[in-house]
Design a protein around this ligand. Structure first.
Ligand code: PXL
Length: 286
């Protein structure tokens, strides 16, 4: 029997809208991984498409929580960060990484800040350069294409992309420090969409493509990131983990589209959890 793994998920709680911690906690737990949380802020909803949301900043609590954990002697197999509300919080998370990591702790960074060529409106123009510093501490970096070019200070270009362009992006992202880079939002034609999965130590680049479902659903990056984190901690190869995470995300989107769900409400990942659990417990990991 393998030892149960433990993750610290450091994200906001958007009380409604299925993203960040309300997604990470159920998905990673469903994989059989103990999931501790540090809530960086509490919002009534996420910020994508809603107005008038409440926002309680928790910046002052982050280090005290981490310091208390340290006194208890808790060790983590992984730390997983996503949406970070401010530049101040980014540097606190860097400190948190140092405090909570042992030599075996894997750091998963989803540099949530932009999509479709645009920085989210809650962030200033200098935010990406601070996010780059956090990304440099990652072992696994999982940006979308817009976040990737912002981290690399390159202009955004619309797809369809060429394999040589994607290859240069993932290599440059890995040069920031992470051994594994999973780039989302990759497409070479209008019918498919998927990820590029690059491992610096082996130089191996694979693609995980699936059918494109029209419509922009909120929180899909967090569903994908949580599933990928869980599958990698269950010791699947990068290619297999990306396949599990893509299948889970695409089926969640398809279910929500079929139900006509408001795109702001997040996707129905809950009814895909049984299949996800079966996938992360299947024997074939390579
Ligand atoms: O899904 C990323 C996310 C998480 N949390 C909050 C957000 C967003 C994206 O907009 O607004 C509060």
């Amino acid at each position: 029997m393998k030892r149960q793994k433990r993750v610290a998920a450091i994200h906001d709680i958007s009380c409604f809208g299925r993203c960040s911690l309300t997604v990470a906690l159920p998905i990673i737990s469903a994989a059989g991984i103990e999931t501790s949380v540090i809530p960086t802020a509490v919002l009534s909803t996420h910020t994508g498409g809603f107005t008038g949301y409440t926002f309680k900043d928790m910046t002052d609590e982050i280090m005290p929580i981490a310091e208390h954990w340290k006194t208890v002697g808790i060790e983590f197999d992984a730390i997983y960060t996503g949406y970070v509300g401010s530049i101040d919080q980014l540097s606190i998370l860097e400190e948190c990484f140092d405090l909570l990591s042992s030599s075996d702790t894997q750091r998963f960074v989803d540099p949530v800040m932009a999509d479709n060529g645009v920085l989210y409106k809650s962030f200033s123009a200098e935010f990406p350069s601070y996010m780059r510093k956090l990304a440099m501490k990652a072992d696994v970096l999982m940006p979308n294409i817009t976040e990737a070019v912002l981290l690399l200070d390159k202009p955004y270009i619309e797809g369809p992309y060429t394999e040589s362009y994607i290859e240069s992006l993932v290599e440059e992202l890995a040069d920031l420090g992470a051994d594994r880079v999973v780039l989302t939002g990759v497409y070479f034609d209008e019918e498919t969409l998927g990820t590029a999965n690059y491992e610096r130590s082996t130089g191996k680049l694979t693609y995980t493509m699936d059918r494109r479902i029209e419509g922009y659903y909120h929180g899909t990056g967090d569903v994908f990131g949580s599933a990928l984190t869980a599958a990698l901690l269950k010791e699947f190869s990068l290619e297999k983990a990306a396949r599990i995470a893509v299948d889970f995300t695409v089926s969640s989107i398809a279910r929500s589209k079929a139900a006509g769900t408001d795109i702001r409400f997040g996707v129905n990942f809950e009814e895909g959890l049984a299949d996800f659990i079966a996938a992360v417990n299947s024997g074939d990991r390579e």
